[in-house]
Design a protein around this ligand. Structure first.
Ligand SMILES: C[S@@+](CC[C@H](N)C(=O)[O-])C[C@H]1O[C@@H](n2cnc3c(N)ncnc32)[C@H](O)[C@@H]1O
Length: 272
């Protein structure tokens, strides 16, 4: 699969502000499932601005945050500095460059919403060889489908359908990615992993944040953090688009705040 370095152009500065956090119980779930005890290494692949790298680094002796996007790496490094986390090495590279760029071994290799960007089978096989015996691969995503929706805390929900209509108005209805369009995956991730030496993974859920309230600017940043509506795609109409989203959000919530329910945090665990 060819890597297009423009997929997240302009997105890194919006990422941490715009994306909802994973479950606050994610660390506890991983500690319990994998018996983490502060030793060993973590490799977070496609870590973006270090979302999982920074959250999980304290559970390991050493952590590595890997991403091909230089602005994402810079944002991760900044977040780690702000939180005084000193055991992370940052590497600008693609997953397909594994194991050459950082051979390991690792106790845990994570992909937070990033595995789909890679040559999945080839990358999973490379990761398998990089894990210590008993080590694990963890694919982490938000999943709302099929999960119980918590009770409504008050503010209106983010009008995603209407914002997506605006995205389509500016960018067309075919999902964009970098200079082209998004890849359509033939197989689900579970089936993909089942084809590798890992075999079928186990799926576990950690409860999402039930009452996450976000302001309008963070909702807009969330869209700018997505590959399909990253700032570069709008060219010189980016401010026009932002203005229309802000106006829509003002109409839908005069208080300027929204309830976000991205779902529970799904962890697909595959052991070596
Ligand atoms: C949706 S972001 C995920 C960021 C973070 N892991 C999280 O959990 O929010 C996807 C990341 O995958 C990275 N990416 C894209 N292609 C990649 C590849 N071939 N190898 C590794 N990372 C890749 C992008 O640069 C981007 O930072």
């Amino acid at each position: 699969m060819r890597y297009d370095p423009s997929i997240y152009d302009g997105a890194a500065v919006h990422y941490r502000y715009g994306r909802p956090a994973y479950s606050p119980q994610l660390e506890a779930l991983l500690v319990e499932e994998l018996g983490l005890d502060g030793s060993g290494g973590l490799l977070d692949v496609g870590g973006g601005p270090g979302i999982l790298t920074v959250r999980l680094a304290h559970l390991f002796e050493e952590a590595v945050g890997l991403d091909p996007d230089v602005a994402m790496i810079a944002a991760g490094r900044r977040a780690a500095q702000e939180q005084d986390i000193a055991n992370i090495t940052w590497i600008q590279a693609r997953a397909e460059n594994l194991p050459a760029v950082v051979p390991g071994p690792f106790r845990l290799v994570t992909f937070g919403q990033s595995f789909h960007w890679t040559d999945e089978v080839r990358v999973a096989e490379a990761v398998y060889d990089m894990l210590e015996p008993g080590g694990a691969l963890a694919l982490v995503v938000h999943t709302a489908e099929g999960r119980a929706v918590p009770s409504h805390p008050g503010p209106p929900r983010i009008p995603h359908d209407e914002i997506r209509e605006l995205v389509h108005k500016y960018l067309g209805s075919t999902r964009r990615a970098g200079q082209g369009t998004a890849r359509v995956q033939a197989l689900g991730v579970r089936d993909t992993l089942a084809r590798t030496r890992f075999g079928a993974p186990r799926v576990i859920f950690a409860p999402g944040i039930p009452d996450l309230v976000r302001d309008a600017e963070s909702v807009l940043s969330g869209y700018f953090s997505m590959s399909y509506s990253a700032p570069h795609l709008f060219g010189d109409r980016v401010e026009e688009f932002a203005g229309e989203v802000r106006e829509l959000l003002r109409e839908r919530s005069p208080d300027g705040v929204f309830w976000d329910w991205p779902g529970d945090t799904e962890v697909m665990l595959a052991r070596k």
